[in-house]
Write a protein that binds this ligand. Structure first.
Ligand code: SF4
Length: 287
């Protein structure tokens, strides 16, 4: 049995939140740089250059990449042989409590905008801690813990969509709908995008898959050749829309498309699209 102290988890999550906000992942920077190199429209190329410069300045000056420092989405894989030891003053505290405390500390210490309201429709009062984070916890074989934090901006999240298709629907119809979702996202979602797609599962699982797909390394295609081809076709079709960086035209509307799938009911074909902006911030750690 492997044991971690509660405070270890808190401090890890705190660091991940700050790291997310200041440092664009290297793989994202690389695809942005490749897009800049191949972009044919001068204005689009200029914008891509500014995004690259923005990432360099944020890293050097330790300031957020964007004013919207996001809702913290945390994926945790806890080994079945791993326990968290709570501190004496919080004997019932769990790993979930530790993650929430880590997010609150990270947003405070990193001077990151707190964007969470306690209640969604009526009072909408800011919690002033950027918590609660949205946490997806799963138990995996073995020991150890993997924690991934994604800082998800509101503008791009707002343009994400779900659709339940007829189970006999063709790949072409599904692909066409995904391209329409991206076109409708437009400038408000801050292109160039990373497009997360979840296909299968059920209503909620397809949405979760579309979010989880965004954790994939940008250069890695789906492990299934059918979906790897679909990712490639979708990326071409999305970039052919000409929406471009910041919606001002160009060859670069999306940097990548990531599809994750799951088995589903014979009567269903759920598809979810999670739009992610160019400020594609996520960091992981394995303990
Ligand atoms: S969508 Fe992304 S880049 Fe645009 S304001 Fe939100 S976090 Fe920032």
């Amino acid at each position: 049995m492997q044991m971690f102290q509660y405070i270890q988890i808190v401090e890890c999550v705190q660091r991940l939140c700050i790291d997310c906000a200041y440092n664009l992942p290297e793989d994202v920077l690389e695809v942005l740089t490749n897009a800049w190199a191949t972009e044919s429209k001068p204005r689009a190329k200029h914008i891509l250059g500014q995004l690259i410069e923005n990432a360099q300045v944020a890293k050097a000056d330790r300031i957020p990449l964007c004013q919207d420092t996001g809702l913290a989405v945390v994926f945790v894989e806890q080994g079945a042989n791993t326990v968290i030891s709570p501190p004496p003053e919080k004997p019932t505290a769990t790993i979930i409590d530790a993650i929430q405390e880590g997010v609150a500390r990270g947003y405070e210490k990193g001077i990151l905008r707190k964007s969470i309201v306690a209640e969604p429709l009526n009072e909408r009062q800011n919690t002033r801690t950027n918590t609660p984070a949205v946490i997806h916890h799963s138990v995996v074989p073995g020991a150890g813990i993997k924690i991934s934090v994604m800082a998800k901006g509101g503008g791009c999240e707002n343009k994400s969509q779900f659709k339940m298709f007829n189970p006999t629907e063709s790949k072409e119809v599904v692909t066409g709908w995904i391209v329409e979702v991206v076109k409708n996202a437009g400038a408000n979602a801050c292109p160039p995008f990373v497009i997360g797609v979840g296909i299968g599962g059920n209503f909620e699982l397809s949405c979760l898959l579309s979010k989880k797909s965004l954790l994939r390394n940008m250069g890695d295609p789906s492990g299934d050749p059918f979906y790897a081809q679909m990712e490639s076709d979708l990326l071409k079709a999305i970039n052919a829309t000409g929406l471009g960086p910041q919606g001002l035209g160009g060859d670069t509307t999306a940097l990548a498309v990531c599809i994750e799938t799951a088995p589903c009911h014979i009567a269903s074909l759920p598809v979810a699209v999670n739009i992610e902006c160019h400020s594609h911030r996520h960091k992981s750690i394995e303990l």
